[in-house]
Design a protein around this ligand. Sequence first.
Ligand code: AMP
Length: 140
Amino acid sequence: MSDLDTLFERIARGEIPSYRVYEDEHIFAFLDINPLSRGHTLVIPRVRYERLEELPEEVGAALGRALPRIAAAVIRATGAPAYNVLQNNGRGAGQAIPHVHFHIIPRYADGSGLPHHWPARTLDKSEAPQLAQRIAGFLA
Ligand code: AMP
C-alpha cells in the first residue's frame, strides 16, 4: 500500500493537516491543496473505497446527503455563480488518489474552474435499446 492510498484516510483522521470544511460519522470535506479555482473542495468517505461502484449503500447515502449541503456552503462562501461536481474513477479517467472523492469546483466569470471541454457525439440509435437494456439488466 502506497502513501497515496492512505493519504485521504489520514487526512480524515487528522493525522495530516487539511483545511476542513465539514465532517460527520461517514464524511469528511476539505479544501483541495491545488485548487482549480477558489473554494475547490473535496468530499470523501472517511473509509477508503477506491471507486464509486464499491461504496456500500450506507456510505453512498451519506455522501448523497452531504454533497448538496457542502455545495451550497461553498457557493455561499465564495459567491461563485456556478460550479461543477466531478468524480474520477480509475487512472484512465484521471483519478490520482485511489480513494473516492467528489470535487466541488466553483466556476467564475474569469473562466477559472473546471476546463469546459465536452466533445459530445451522437447516440448510436441502432445500439441504444440493447445497451440500455443491458445496463438495466445489471440493475435488476
Ligand atoms: P483526482 O485527480 O480526482 O484523484 O484528484 C486528487 C485531488 O487531490 C487533486 O485535485 C489534488 O490537488 C488533491 N490533493 C492531493 N493531495 C492533497 C492534500 N494533501 N490535501 C488536499 N488536497 C490534496
